[in-house]
Design a protein around this ligand. Sequence first.
Ligand SMILES: Cc1cc2nc3c(=O)[nH]c(=O)nc-3n(C[C@H](O)[C@H](O)[C@H](O)COP(=O)(O)OP(=O)(O)OC[C@H]3O[C@@H](n4cnc5c(N)ncnc54)[C@H](O)[C@@H]3O)c2cc1C
Ligand code: SF4
Length: 509
Amino acid sequence: MTTLWLMEDQLSIDLVRKHRPDRVLLIESKKHFTSWPFHKHRIAFQISSIRHFVDELIADGIEVHHYPLNRRPYLDALGAITHLVKKCKDPDLMVIDPSEHHCAQWIKTLPEKLGIKITIESNTLFLTDRDEFAAWARPLKKPIMEHFYRRMRTKLGVLMESDGSPVGGQWNLDKENRKPPKRGMTFSPPISIKPDSITLDVLKDVEKAFPTHPGSTNGFFLPVTRSDAEKAWNDFVKNRLPQFGDFEDAMLVGQPILNHSFVSMLLNVGLLNPMNMVRDVEAAYHAGRVPLNSAEGFIRQIIGWREYVYGIYWSFMPEYRDRNALNAKLDLPEWFWTGETQMHCLSQCIQGVVDRAYSHHIQRLMIICNFANMASLSPQAVNDWFYAMYADSLDWVVTPNVIGMGMHADNATMATKPYISSAAYIHRMSDYCKGCKFDPGERLGDSACPFNYLFWTYLNDFADRLQKNPRMTMMLKNAQKIDAKEMGQMMDQRKRFIDLHIRKKVTPS
Ligand SMILES: Cc1cc2nc3c(=O)[nH]c(=O)nc-3n(C[C@H](O)[C@H](O)[C@H](O)COP(=O)(O)OP(=O)(O)OC[C@H]3O[C@@H](n4cnc5c(N)ncnc54)[C@H](O)[C@@H]3O)c2cc1C
Ligand code: SF4
């Protein structure tokens, strides 16, 4: 008899069909959910998805051992497994290799602790083999995403011509994905799922069991079943994917999702299958329903960036998480947990995360991390915040995105240059500056935008390190044109800003 123990991010019917276990074990570990100040939306999403998955398996005739959150005394995974071991004559377990490093390490300790055998199967929810990726990435100083992406396109035969060239003649249409938003643009919102009785119970359980966690369960509308996840996915392909490419980097007040798919959390827990999504997008392109810049842009996110960060994580953990190449040490200001700052771009993005545990990629990278990096916040503190606050967070995806891409703290393993900008970029790509107390055109004085003096002083501080990269030449030359007196004044202004708004942990005024 085989018992397949699935983690909360392995809710995939494909895994059950592949391994054909006699029974499936699912655990809602209170200890796990309280191990971190996870946003209530995230906890509710994962628990409700587990409970609906249990029903799906039972309806398929599969025996399920389910340990719900509030079933005492099995408050953690160890307690639940110990109970199962006592109850069953054949307690040996099969586990799908966990996606998170700490979990994988912990599982390895269980056979000795519990006197059982655990078979670990490879994790086929990803398209990349960890060992194969590590064999490619580790010997390289900089394992570049674009190189990996082209290999994936070729290996999987996605958007490829029969002669081995990319469809449309170009591998990457990133330059066509950066249009600024237009006034009066409208977007088709994602479908909203009304919580059923199972989800309503979960929302109550979460409010009761995790009262001090950030956010609330109000306004919960995420899909939690495979069929609703597929509905949400199909809605995106039909209504938002055609425009996804053009406005991928745009940001607008009161528009948290724009043309983004809003499916990362569904994909990350196993409710959607990445390869099926890629084939759907490819088919929509070939049917003429979606332009190439949208199809290629989206596919690049899935078989490129998503798989790449997974590979980087598994190639360089556990030391990767502690990297701090720029020696940034400041703790997060309290307003990171509320969004109460007068920097309008940051308040829009963080408030959105507090409300719905989501913000889109450019908000994460070019607003929140851009600020955190230039303000010298500790990469580990920022990583902890992202892990806590997002419905789609898992260590394998948060850590490379924050430590590598967002904070440039990984010795440039992932990104050859830091993703930083002054207010000019934010002003061009969003309408945030219009409603802000600060002036995006000023770099000194009371109304100067903090992104400006943080940007120029960052370039000044790290000039030696950054000048090795030819892509930084223009920015560094512009920084060098600023006379020493003005640079000194910006440094003074940065110091005052950090003392007042970050170190003292007060809301900027
Ligand atoms: C600082 C930072 C933190 C992030 N934290 C997370 C996280 O906790 N969980 C998470 O899934 N993604 C994370 N990302 C990646 C990306 O921002 C999100 O996947 C995306 O914003 C999710 O929204 P969406 O589904 O609407 O994505 P879309 O913009 O519609 O993109 C489609 C899909 O591509 C994938 N994708 C795109 N970029 C990345 C990337 N850099 N890494 C991994 N997958 C990618 C996601 O699965 C996403 O759903 C982070 C990025 C940054 C810069
Ligand atoms: S002026 Fe500066 S702080 Fe205000 S929204 Fe624009 S970039 Fe953000």
